[in-house]
Design a protein around this ligand. Structure first.
Ligand SMILES: [Cu+2]
Length: 172
């Protein structure tokens, strides 16, 4: 009689999404403050892959402050700004990829539920093919800021600027 039930072969293991062995590191996570009626915002960040396998960031993230958080590349072509959603972004082994104002990459928040206020923080979840879900915290810089931690009032004191690279999972 055949007894061909291959139960053992079908067992799936749940891997903790936050497993540190992924080699994926996300820092410099920040957003720009938005004027009162804006329904969109941008989040910038840097992703580093210190592991020995390439990983892929999926094009759709999530945050409680907006309906959607979508990977975008904004490009000026012949003087016209084109907003291009990206399905995914490959992070090669040993490489850093920065989503920052001067290269057009960002996570676009669409359907913003409330204005982003300078100084506040907000959670963001990104999904990688290998590293799974990664939760990070974005700090909100001033309206129109070009760098993390840029605040209005022109303060140049380094003593009061938050060290954002060393505060994983900060909550309030
Ligand atoms: Cu965009």
């Amino acid at each position: 009689m055949r007894c061909a039930i291959a139960i053992a072969a079908t067992i799936l293991f749940a891997v903790p999404a936050w497993a540190d062995s992924s080699g994926i590191k996300i820092d410099q996570v920040w957003a720009r403050a938005t004027p009162g009626t804006a329904k969109t915002a941008a989040i910038y960040l840097t992703i580093t892959n210190t592991g020995d396998t390439p990983d892929t960031l999926q094009g759709e993230g999530s945050t409680p402050v907006a309906e959607h958080a979508i990977l975008h590349e904004d490009k000026i072509t012949n003087g016209v700004m084109q907003l291009r959603p990206m399905k995914s972004l490959i992070i090669a082994t040993g490489k850093s990829v920065s989503l920052e104002p001067n290269n057009g990459y960002h996570l676009m928040l669409i359907g913003l539920k409330q204005p982003l206020k300078e100084g506040q923080t907000l959670p963001l979840t990104l999904t990688f093919d290998r590293a799974g879900k990664q939760q990070v915290t974005a700090s909100v810089a001033k309206i129109g800021a070009m760098h993390a931690g840029e605040m209005s009032g022109g303060s140049t004191s380094s003593e009061t600027s938050p060290d954002m690279s060393s505060m994983p999972g900060m909550s309030h």
